[in-house]
Design a protein around this ligand. Structure first.
Ligand SMILES: [Zn+2]
Length: 263
C-alpha cells in the first residue's frame, strides 16, 4: 500500500538520522533497493502510537500483522483467537497509563498527525507532528521507551559513550526540524516549546514529559540538520555518488556476508 506521507519528495528527520548513520543504507533506501526490516519492538511502538492517536486504525493494523495475535483461542490462558499477544496487549495498558496523567493528556491536545512540508535553504523537507496545539503554541511527540531516563551506548566520533535515550536517538534534531517546519507553516511557532510524552513498556508503565527548553541545543541541532539535508540533496543529484558505509547495520552485515561467500 502506498503511503502518501512517505511518498512526499522531501527529506525528513528519520532520513537525516539514517544518512548520518549509514549513507549507503540511506541511498539504497531512497532508490527503493533496501528497506530496514521492522523489529518487534518497533512494531510495538507503532501499535501503541496508533492506539493513542489514531485508535480507529489500530484494529486494522493488528489484523494485518497476524504474527502478533493468537492463532487459536485458549481457555487455559484466557485469550480468544485474534487477541493481541502479551507485548501488544500491554500497549492498551500503556495508553491507559497516559490517560491517567492530566499533564501528559494536556500535552497531547490539539491537532494530531499533522503532515507538513517546508524547505531548508530551498530543499524540500517534511514532517509528521503527533500533536500540534495551535492555541498554546506548543507541539508534542508521543514515544514509547524501555524505561524512563535509561541510558544507551552510542558510537560517537570520540568512541562509545553512554547517554540518555533522548540524546541517543537525537530527539533534539527531530524537535528542532519540526519546529522550523511548523514556523514556516503557521504564525507564532518560532519559539514553540517541543515536548516528548514518553510511556515506558514496563509493567506498570511509567509516564514522563520531556520538555525541550535548551534553546542553544535546539539551534545547534537545527544548524546541523540544515547542513546534513544539504549533503543529502547533493548526494541525490550526484551521478556517481560515493556513500560511506557504517559496516555494522543490517545492510552492511548482509553485504559483508555476500563478500565472504565470493572468496
Ligand atoms: Zn551500514
Amino acid at each position: 500500500m502506498r503511503d502518501p506521507y512517505h511518498d512526499l519528495p522531501a527529506f525528513c528527520n528519520s532520513g537525516r538520522k539514517l544518512f548520518r548513520e549509514c549513507q549507503l543504507a540511506w541511498l539504497l533506501g531512497k532508490r527503493g533497493l533496501w528497506k530496514r526490516p521492522p523489529t518487534e519492538p518497533m512494531d510495538q511502538g507503532t501499535y501503541f502510537h496508533l492506539l493513542k492517536l489514531e485508535p480507529e486504525k489500530a484494529a486494522d493494523w493488528l489484523a494485518k500483522h497476524p504474527q502478533y495475535t493468537y492463532l487459536n483461542a485458549s481457555k487455559k490462558y484466557g485469550h480468544e483467537k485474534g487477541d493481541p499477544k502479551a507485548a501488544f496487549r500491554h500497549c492498551h495498558a500503556m495508553v491507559r497509563a497516559i490517560e491517567r496523567q492530566p499533564l501528559a493528556m494536556e500535552r497531547l491536545e490539539g491537532e494530531h498527525e499533522v503532515v507538513l512540508t517546508g524547505e531548508f535553504n530551498g530543499i524540500p523537507v517534511r514532517c509528521k507532528v503527533d500533536a500540534v496545539d495551535h492555541t498554546r503554541k506548543w507541539f508534542s511527540d508521543l514515544k514509547s521507551c524501555a524505561e524512563l531516563d535509561k541510558e544507551d551506548w552510542v558510537a560517537t566520533r570520540d568512541g562509545w559513550r553512554k547517554m540518555h535515550w533522548i540524546e541517543a536517538y537525537e530527539y533534539h534534531w527531530q524537535m528542532a526540524m519540526y519546529r522550523d517546519i511548523l514556523r514556516q507553516n503557521y504564525e507564532g511557532f518560532d519559539a514553540a516549546e517541543p515536548a516528548i510524552v514518553a510511556c515506558t513498556k514496563q509493567d506498570p508503565p511509567g509516564v514522563a514529559i520531556y520538555r525541550f527548553t535548551h534553546e542553544d541545543k535546539l539551534s545547534e541541532a537545527l544548524k546541523d540538520a540544515y547542513a546534513t539535508v544539504q549533503q543529502m540533496h547533493e548526494m541525490m543529484q550526484d551521478d556517481d555518488p560515493r556513500p560511506t558505509r557504517c559496516g555494522v547495520c543490517e545492510l552492511c552485515r548482509v553485504q559483508t556476508i555476500t563478500r565472504c561467500m565470493e572468496v
